[in-house]
Ligand binder design. Structure first.
Ligand code: ATP
Length: 514
């Protein structure tokens, strides 16, 4: 655990030191759970957004984009169920006065059981060597089976109690599991209460005529209320999807995990409109498609898993999370929800307008069902950034810090370095920058010895360093150093564009989804 905590602290400090993520309003001591993205963070975030957008909108001829406003008519949030049901169960510890999400305390307890299982697996893998069969071990080792059953039954009971709004039982569960406040170690808990997560605001100049509004807690409703506008103007035929990225706001009860849980964050959502009755098939299809998108980035298959929901949200008939191994354990990264006709049906009722689709083949009108994929851009950023940050032991005994970002997402693709600051080398290096910048984000760096500059670019996540030396003046070649392998090769300046392009081209990476 201490190790995990250290690693997470390293992630946060590296993100600040290299211009990826800053605490919001830092000179005023910050604003809790709100963050700003620096010069590198803004690029990485933009690249992740683009990677998602291309996979969703450009590569699917039946999915189109949308950019709806953050402010929406307040009745939308009544229709969507957010006014009545967008609550989290909160619990306070009376000794530390710290506030927690009751469900998260319980999930963390189960997370510890999962870590125990992982430990047993590691031990056994060591003991059995090549003969180790993980699936068989998980199914037959009594200790592991017990941990798993215990975890499953805890989550099931919690899910059922939350669904029935039986908050007394959620508290009873916390007490039975002997869960202590992580800050104080005390088990002196208040009752569990519901807390609505929406931020309210006002629209209008005078106090009397001002209208109460909410900042949207998800981008999805902007898609639902525009369903017919897009369907008609784009002459879309079911099945089709609408995708959008944008800010969402939630007054999270506990927000202590850096950009994992923020009060202002960005979502990338896609609502896929389908014929009622086909939802199971589309649910399976989108689970698979989204997992392939994740795996295409090469962060390691072992870092992902599906988790099927025991407690379904008020709108869903099936839901699964894609969980990722964050520095603090496996947690939700993306949700895939089968939302039935809940949202469109409800907007029909509240608005009095028909939101139906006319199917020319069957000559019938119906309210489409919806399959949704919803991922947090900031969470994806954290997944990519934390996994990429590595400390490596080198052959000479030293260590290097390297940010092995997938090259397609890296903010800067290449750094151009004159070996020394004289003999005309800077001029050649600057000419290379001038040429490459039309195609890629590149940077020029002449300060310090070249070894130090390599390390700086490693820590910054730059996939290539291109060094101009005296030989360059004679034969128009440079060395290109690869960040991950640290190998260097001598190549012609005229080949640089092709080499970089092959490594960072979105097309090449996205094709790995096939
Ligand atoms: P959690 O259980 O972690 O609160 P959720 O189930 O409420 O998440 P959804 O409503 O399904 O989340 O939102 C879809 C996605 O939006 C999540 O998978 C996550 O990546 C992202 N997300 C949700 N809340 C936050 C937040 N406060 N900060 C950053 N990202 C968030």
């Amino acid at each position: 655990m201490a190790n995990q905590e250290d690693k997470f602290k390293k992630v946060i400090s590296h993100a600040k030191e290299y211009g990826y993520v800053f605490q919001s309003s830092e000179i005023y001591d910050g604003l809790s759970a709100v963050y700003d993205y620096g010069q590198n963070g803004a690029e990485l975030k933009k690249n992740i957004r683009e990677y998602w957008w291309k996979a969703m909108v450009q590569l699917n001829d039946n999915i189109v984009g949308l950019d709806s406003a953050i402010f929406m008519h307040p009745t939308i949030w009544k229709a969507s169920g957010h006014v009545d049901a967008f609550n989290d169960p909160l619990i306070d510890n009376k000794d530390s006065n710290k506030r927690y999400r009751a469900d998260v305390l319980i999930e963390d307890y189960v997370g510890k059981l999962d870590s125990k299982i992982e430990k047993e697996v590691k031990k056994a893998a060591k003991r059995f060597g090549d003969k180790f069969d993980k699936e068989q071990f998980l199914a037959t080792n009594q200790r592991v089976v017990d941990y798993k059953e215990q975890g499953d039954s805890i989550l099931k009971r919690m899910g059922q109690s939350l669904e029935k709004e039986d908050l007394a039982d959620v508290k009873a569960l916390i007490e039975e599991l002997d869960i202590a406040c992580p800050m104080s170690g005390s088990k002196n808990w208040t009752d569990v209460k519901q807390f609505n997560l929406m931020f309210g605001t006002k629209l209008g100049a005078s106090a009397e005529s001002a209208m109460d509004l909410y900042l949207r807690p998800e981008t999805a409703q902007g898609i639902f209320v525009n369903f017919l506008n897009v369907q008609k103007s784009g002459r879309m035929k079911i099945p089709f999807g609408i995708a959008q990225t944008g800010k969402a706001f939630r007054n999270e009860i506990v927000a202590r995990q850096f950009i994992f849980r923020m009060r202002e964050f960005e979502q990338m959502e896609m609502q896929f409109f389908i014929q009622p009755g086909t939802q199971k098939e589309w649910y399976d299809t989108w689970k698979e498609k989204r997992m392939k998108w994740h795996l295409s980035l090469g962060l390691g298959q072992d870092n992902y898993r599906f988790h099927d929901h025991d407690k379904l949200a008020h709108y869903a008939d099936a839901a699964a999370d894609i969980e990722f191994r964050f520095p603090f354990g496996f947690k939700e990264l993306e949700g895939i929800h089968s939302r039935t006709d809940f949202d469109l049906g409800s907007h029909e009722k509240f608005s009095g307008k028909k939101l139906q689709y006319f199917d020319h083949e069957t000559n019938k009108n119906y309210v489409p069902y919806v399959l949704e994929t919803s991922i947090g851009l900031d969470r994806m950023f954290l997944a990519v950034f934390a996994t990429s940050l590595q400390e490596e032991e080198l052959e000479n005994g030293s260590t290097r810090t390297v940010l092995k970002l997938p090259a397609v997402l890296a903010p800067t693709k290449a750094a151009i370095l004159p070996l020394i600051k004289k003999d005309g080398l800077p001029d050649v290096a600057r000419a290379i920058v001038k040429d490459l910048k039309w195609d890629f984000n590149v940077t020029y760096d002449e300060k310090d010895a070249v070894g130090r500059r390599y390390r700086r670019q490693d820590a910054n996540g730059t996939p290539f360093c291109i060094t101009v030396d005296h030989q360059t003046l004679e034969d128009q070649t440079v060395t290109i150093r690869h960040r991950d392998s640290m190998e260097q090769e001598r190549v012609a300046i005229s080949d640089l564009k092709r080499i970089i392009h092959e490594a960072v081209d979105m097309k090449t990476w996205l094709k790995k989804m096939d």
